[in-house]
Write a protein that binds this ligand. Structure first.
Ligand code: ADP
Ligand code: MG
Length: 697
């Protein structure tokens, strides 16, 4: 294995390479663009592009691509070679500044949610210089944002960058109020822990459901599941270990800070956590990580499943989005400080987050909604669909003391007054015990646990950044006018705690009583994607995004359409895959097995031997009954799927898939799974759950 320090970032056009290869003046100009978003002079862009190309070619690249993140969930790339004819049958390799900063991919096949009707069909990509270019498979990748010609965002990155800017603007106002002059910008950070399953590639190939939908649509529970808790943090199997080593190697070369890896709760489930980074870079890195995971798995005869719920009855996969706010002097604004003054600032940022999560719980829920994640949220193994915050006892006690104007611990004699008290640091152990909370404070950051494993972290972070920017804006508006900063600050924090403490819940989020309690507190509980997505267009949400210049109403409408459309399409593909499997594989397999049983019974009877054939007769009877029911259920599903696909309004359609098609799918599955348990393994057309979950040696 290579030494990580030697290979790290070897495929990245990073700061060190830039310093090495760019004239000093160009380097400084580029740095100003990276740090402060200054527009790059075309001449400078040309020099940077040329240096990038030379470096890329020396490292084996023949092509370049603008890399962008359209709203279909995947990442997009279109490779162009560097070649340029010079006449006489020769070529040179060329990459210009304009090639670097702007591209014009044909946008017409990417989802626009109606934007294209209003605006020009074509889109363009614009270089995001804050995320380094890199080489993958001999192609130079340029991270970009993707917009329509009217400037509307057609991707996940544009609103993310806008939301980071919004938060920067408001956080800077607050820091100035605290007399902070050495900070020139504030950025949010993210560290996404990625869960995934690894299964045997040959078995995967035999499962049409996995190939077409990423999850199993059939499969009876195996005799052994995750009940023994023997997989979590268990010894990693050799084959998986080899995969992980290879994966780390690839990720490190791409400058991705892959750090922690371990087995997860479910059999065949694993996790990879990187060291956190600035949010847009962390988002790009997570996208690449998912892609490389799939690619490396293939090399090892494995398949990496990133679906939120590949196996019914077995834990699903999430992506914990650790999030914080970092000032340019390195200070983590969500970390309690050493002085009372720093702590007052910490409390203000903490309160801004609490208020944001309470005011925009619906947006957080929407940001993690998808057909896949619907199977996970609220399923007693993942966070509930209700958004709440876990703060831990100590911090909650401090906030309660502020709210009620009392001393915060038995040791304390004096009243809790901000700007006077030192708040203790919270050791991880103290704060990280609750695994059922969707949004937990873990000592110096928040961990948002609702995102699904396959989703990009861009959208949840857009919501966090923008909603916290809004809290900070309101705080700054109030505090900038205050005559007595300290007492106004105290009042503001106290009022915020009082008004938003309903969102704080330190108990067990899996408990049924929490659903009732949350309802009493007026928290929203959107159980499914079609329940959640329409609230994207609620007036308060449209206003939030517009006020901070993150998304216009038109852009939100397009995201509403795409959210519902994607949901309907996903369920439709699942229904059709299921029908295909039931009609072409399962029913015929059962029929063959029934024939074998019938033949056996007949032969025994005809032979005149007085043998017992109760197994054959009873199984035949049961198989006949179940297959008749399965066949009926298949016909009903066909009809429901046809009905749903006919709906024209996107919300009506999504609801139809949820209310009509999904239940019909459950019926089909229930009969098929019972048949699986009765049928001779040689006849059953698919690897079982036991094979899939325990198949990797
Ligand atoms: P656990 O599994 O107990 O939640 P891990 O250590 O596996 O903890 O993951 C924690 C994640 O949080 C890591 O990806 C880490 O880099 C990230 N993280 C730590 N500090 C911050 C921060 N200030 N901002 C964002 N992410 C952070
Ligand atoms: Mg975690």
């Amino acid at each position: 294995m290579s030494n990580p320090a030697e290979i790290f970032g070897s495929k990245v056009f990073n700061d060190a390479i830039m310093q090495q290869r760019l004239p000093q003046k160009t380097y400084r100009q580029l740095l100003a663009t990276i740090k402060n978003g200054k527009t790059l002079d075309p001449e400078v862009a040309n020099i940077v592009a040329n240096a990038m190309k030379d470096w890329a070619v020396e490292n084996g690249a023949t092509h370049f691509t603008h890399w962008f993140h359209p709203l279909n969930g995947a990442s997009a790339e279109k490779h162009d070679s560097f070649i340029k004819p010079t006449g006489g049958g020769s070529i040179i390799l060329e990459f210009s500044g304009s090639n670097l900063v702007r591209g014009e991919p044909d946008a017409s096949s990417f989802p626009s949610g109606g934007l294209r009707a209003t605006f020009e069909a074509r889109g363009y990509t614009a270089w995001d210089p804050t995320s380094y270019a890199f080489i993958k498979d001999n192609v130079l990748f340029i991270p970009t944002a993707f917009c329509s010609f009217g400037g509307e965002a057609l991707d996940r990155k544009t609103p993310l960058l806008r939301s980071m800017e919004a938060l920067n603007k408001q956080a800077m106002r607050i820091l100035r109020l605290f007399g902070n002059t050495d900070v020139d910008h504030v950025k949010t950070t993210a560290g996404p822990e990625q869960e995934y399953f690894l299964i045997d590639a040959d078995m995967y190939d035999k499962r049409e459901d996995l190939r077409f939908t990423g999850r199993t649509l059939f499969g009876a529970a195996p005799p052994k599941g995750q009940e023994m808790d023997d997989h979590y943090f268990g010894a990693i199997k050799t084959k998986v270990q080899e995969f992980m080593a290879d994966l780390n190697n690839e990720l490190w070369q791409l400058g991705i800070l892959a750090k922690t890896e371990h087995n997860e709760v479910a059999p065949a489930q694993h996790e990879l956590a990187p060291i956190f980074l600035t949010t847009n870079v962390a988002t790009d890195h997570n996208d690449i990580t998912m892609e490389i995971m799939k690619k490396v798995a293939q090399r090892h005869g494995l398949v990496c499943l990133l679906h939120e719920k590949p196996f019914a009855g077995v834990n699903g996969s999430g992506k914990h989005n650790n999030w914080s706010i970092k000032a340019s002097n390195g200070q983590n604004l969500l970390e309690p400080g050493d002085t009372p003054y720093e702590n007052a600032q910490f409390l203000l940022f903490l309160c801004a987050t609490i208020k944001a999560v309470d005011d925009y719980q619906d947006l957080l829920r929407i940001a993690v909604s998808s057909a896949g994640n619907d199977h996970r949220l609220g399923a007693s193994e993942a966070p509930p669909a209700i958004v709440s915050i876990f703060l831990g006892d100590e911090l909650t006690e401090i906030l309660e003391a502020i709210d009620s104007g009392t001393a915060y611990s038995s040791k304390e004699k004096t009243l809790m007054k901000i700007g006077v008290h030192t708040i203790p640091h919270f050791p991880r152990d103290n704060t990280d015990r609750n695994r059922t909370s969707p949004f937990a404070f873990t000592g110096n950051k928040f961990e948002f646990r609702m995102p699904g494993s396959s989703a990009s972290i861009a959208t949840p972070n857009v919501v966090l950044n923008t909603s916290v920017a809004e809290s900070l804006k309101q705080f700054a508006d109030e505090l900038e006018k205050a005559d007595d900063f300290e007492s106004s600050l105290h009042d503001l924090i106290r009022r915020t705690i009082h008004e938003h403490k309903r969102i704080i819940f330190n108990g067990n989020g899996y408990d049924d009583s929490w659903v009732k309690e949350a309802e009493r507190r007026g928290l929203c509980n959107y159980r499914s994607t079609p329940d959640a997505v329409p609230h994207l267009l609620d007036e308060k949400n449209v206003k939030l995004y517009a006020d901070h210049g993150v998304l216009t109403k038109t852009e939100l409408e397009s995201r509403y359409e795409i959210g519902l459309e994607t949901y309907a399409k996903t369920v439709n593909i699942e229904a059709r895959t299921m029908l295909d499997m039931a009609r072409k594989d399962i029913l015929p397999a059962v029929s063959s097995y029934k024939q074998t049983l019938a033949t056996t019974i007949n032969e025994i009877h005809a032979s005149g031997i007085n043998a017992d054939c109760s197994y054959e007769t009873e199984t035949l009877a049961e198989e006949s009954e179940l297959s008749a029911k399965l066949y009926e259920a298949v016909k009903i599903l066909e009809e429901k799927a046809r009905g749903a696909s006919g709906a024209t309004d996107s919300l009506e359609k999504a609801c139809c898939y949820r209310d009509e098609v999904l239940p019909a799918m459950e019926d089909v599955r229930a009969y098929a799974d019972r048949l699986e348990l009765l049928t001779d393994k040689d006849y059953w057309p698919y690897p079982t759950y036991g094979d899939l979950l325990f198949g990797v040696k």
